[in-house]
Design a protein around this ligand. Structure first.
Ligand code: ADP
Length: 402
């Protein structure tokens, strides 16, 4: 089976062509600057060099058309006809309370997805544009939606209800949803496979640390809590997002700086986090390069790891124990310093990092704790596209929800 995986953003379309039965990526790429001047397609077939092509790409439909044409092209293509694409799997950011698993997309599902736009006004509309375009361009291929929020729908009510009047939840659906679900699900399953243990036996904390970052507490394979909430702004310090803070802070800033709602949203989402504190960069590599020289880069790094450590402690308590900690995402996979600082001093709860294994520079999934440690600490590269392709295959083959 061949699945086209699409991740559609406001001005970009990321894609992968995957054979999920063989867990093989045939090609991947991205169209950037859709609707702007200088739109560009970067395409990498698995067995040939990367190519970069520019063109005038006005909307998402044109972008997907362009992707299909390169997938079919003589020099850079990986398929001979559009008919070889058996199904399309779409990443959808917000599934609200409607979707606790991946689904075959039909008119009813589209209606529900449109209702979720309210929760993710920046993300869901481009996701829906991608689905509409793919339906038009590949009318014979079933389309499947895989939601970032779905894995966290197993959270108990006491973890997802805010301390606000309950009517606000009932009226507007304002509650904690959680994100990065596909990644948390993938690495928790891989960890159990690597340890050769059923998920049912394990209490795990998975740390997805990229530009956006979140932690999840996973008991018996189910998410029981996660650090992102109503939006991806809650929780850890992130590249450009503030994470947790006293809600009165924003009211006070809006008042003092005379900010509009849009300006306040931009402040919290784009100018805070690592870049806001350091004044240098939102990129963890640059923060670490300046760690010894710049006090504010060091402060940003320290806030990042201190918060992560607090969440790890809190989630061990939430699960009455801990067996596994997994690090993933660009930072989780590549920064020994973040892993070291986040786990430092946690020996009292059975966490013992092996310094040598932690420093190893490899892209492989691996254990980084000491052999005798009670808690196994692991680094597992995430692969959200593979999960989307696998879910898509399962749903199309079985004609049911996962
Ligand atoms: P996204 O959330 O956009 O998918 P990624 O998961 O690719 O992002 O993570 C990007 C982050 O990973 C950036 O902050 C980047 O600096 C960080 N990162 C990548 N490589 C390293 C490294 N070797 N050391 C520290 N941080 C790294």
């Amino acid at each position: 089976m061949i699945v086209l995986v699409l991740n559609t953003g406001s001005s970009s379309v990321k894609y992968q062509v995957i054979n999920p039965e063989q867990e093989k990526i045939l090609a991947k790429g991205v169209v950037e600057r859709i609707g702007m001047s200088g739109a560009i397609l970067t395409h990498k077939p698995h067995d040939r060099d990367e190519v970069r092509l520019s063109g005038e790409i006005l909307d998402h439909k044109m972008a997907i058309e362009y992707v299909l044409s390169i997938l079919l092209s003589k020099n850079h293509g990986v398929i001979k006809s559009k008919g070889e694409i058996d199904a399309v799997g779409h990443r959808v950011v917000h599934g609200g309370e409607e979707f606790s698993g991946s689904v075959l997309i039909n008119e009813e599902v589209m209606k529900e997805m449109r209702r979720c736009i309210d929760y993710a006004p920046l993300h869901n509309p481009p996701n829906l544009k991608g689905i509409n375009a793919a339906q038009q361009l590949l009318p014979d291929a079933p389309q499947v939606g895989v939601f970032d929020t779905a894995f966290h729908q197993s959270m108990p009510k006491h973890a997802y209800i805010y301390g606000l009047p309950y009517a606000i939840y009932k009226r507007h659906g304002i509650r904690r949803y959680g994100f990065h679900g596909t990644s948390h699900r993938f690495v928790s399953m891989r960890a159990a496979q690597m340890l050769d243990q059923p998920l049912d036996n394990l209490k795990m904390i998975t740390c997805h640390l990229g530009n956006g970052a979140s932690v999840a507490a996973i008991r018996e394979g189910k998410s029981i809590d996660t650090s992102m909430g109503f939006t991806p702004l809650e929780g850890l310090l992130m590249g450009t997002r503030s994470g947790d803070m006293d809600p009165a802070v924003i009211l006070s800033i809006m008042n003092k700086e005379e900010l509009t709602l849009n300006e306040a949203t931009t402040l919290l989402n784009k100018h805070s986090g690592l870049i806001g504190v350091s004044g240098l960069s939102s990129d963890m590599r640059e923060i670490e390069d300046e760690y010894e020289e710049s006090k504010r880069a060091r402060l940003a790094h320290d806030i990042f790891t201190y918060r992560l450590k607090k969440y790890i402690g809190a989630y061990a308590a939430a699960m009455d124990g801990l067996d596994v900690v997994v690090f993933t995402g660009g930072i989780g996979e590549n920064s020994p310093l973040v892993r070291k600082h986040a786990l430092q001093g946690l020996n009292f709860m059975g966490v013992q990092m092996d310094e040598h294994k932690n420093e190893e520079q490899t892209k492989e999934e691996r254990i980084v704790s000491k052999d005798q440690a009670k808690v196994t600490c692991m680094v597992i590269p995430t692969n959200e596209e593979l999960v989307i392709a696998m879910d898509t295959m399962e749903i199309v083959k079985n004609g049911k929800e996962t």
